[in-house]
Design a protein around this ligand. Structure first.
Ligand code: FES
Length: 193
C-alpha cells in the first residue's frame, strides 16, 4: 500500500539541503512552553476582568505591580498570552512608562512625596537625607533588600505635608531627622510598617 508522507515547506528545505550536503538535517528539539502552566490564581484573578478589553493593558500592568510590587518577566508574558496582546507591545508599554519597575522592591518601600505642598515644606531635604543614610538613590534598593527609596507626586495627604509613606503607613509633618528615626527603628526592630 502506498503511504503518503506530508512534508512541511521548512522540512522540505532541510531535507533538500541535507541531501545536497550529505548530512542529516538539524534535529529540532521541542523544549516545551515555559508558560504551559496557567497563571497563578492571584494573577489570573487580576487578568480575568480585562479579557477582551483592548485598552486595558496599562490598567492590568498597574494592578499587577500593585499586587506584586513589580513586573516580572513572567507577568508580562502572561499578560500577552492571556489578554491577547503582542509580547513586544506589552514590553514596550511597560518600559515606556517610568511608573513601572522590574525588580522586586525591598521589604520597606519608602516613598517621599514631591508634590507641591510637600515640596514647599522641604521634602527635598528629607529625600536627600534618606538617600545619604540608606546609601541608595531614587528607585534603588539597599543591598540587604530592606529599603527601596522612591518619590511620588502627591499622596493625597497635603494637610500633613511634608509626607513620607512607608509601605501603607503615612508619616506626616516629617523632618529629615524624624523620617530617618522612623526607618532606623524599622531596621533595628524588624517590624512591619
Ligand atoms: S503634595 Fe504631598 S501629600 Fe499632597
Amino acid at each position: 500500500m502506498l503511504e503518503r508522507i506530508f512534508v512541511l515547506p521548512s522540512q522540505q528545505r532541510n531535507v533538500t539541503m541535507a541531501s545536497k550536503n550529505g548530512t542529516l538535517p538539524p534535529k529540532h528539539v521541542y523544549r516545551g512552553d515555559p508558560l504551559a502552566e496557567p497563571p497563578p490564581p492571584e494573577l489570573a484573578a487580576i487578568l480575568a476582568p480585562h479579557r477582551g478589553e483592548p485598552d486595558a493593558l496599562i490598567t492590568a500592568l498597574e494592578e499587577i505591580q500593585r499586587h506584586y510590587g513589580y513586573l516580572g518577566k513572567n507577568h508580562l508574558q502572561y499578560v500577552a498570552r492571556e489578554l491577547g496582546f503582542p509580547l513586544a507591545r506589552v514590553f514596550g508599554v511597560a518600559t515606556f512608562y517610568n511608573l513601572f519597575r522590574f525588580a522586586p522592591p525591598g521589604k520597606y518601600q519608602v516613598r517621599v512625596c514631591r508634590g507641591t505642598a510637600c515640596h514647599v515644606n522641604h521634602s527635598d531635604e528629607i529625600l536627600h537625607a534618606l538617600s545619604d543614610h540608606l546609601g541608595v538613590g531614587v528607585d534603588e534598593t539597599t543591598p540587604d533588600n530592606r529599603f527601596t527609596l522612591q518619590v511620588v507626586a502627591c499622596m493625597g495627604a497635603c494637610s500633613l505635608a511634608p509626607v513620607v509613606v512607608v509601605n501603607e503607613e503615612t508619616l506626616g509633618r516629617m523632618t529629615a531627622d524624624k523620617a530617618w528615626a522612623a526607618l532606623e527603628h524599622l531596621g533595628e526592630e524588624g517590624e512591619d510598617a
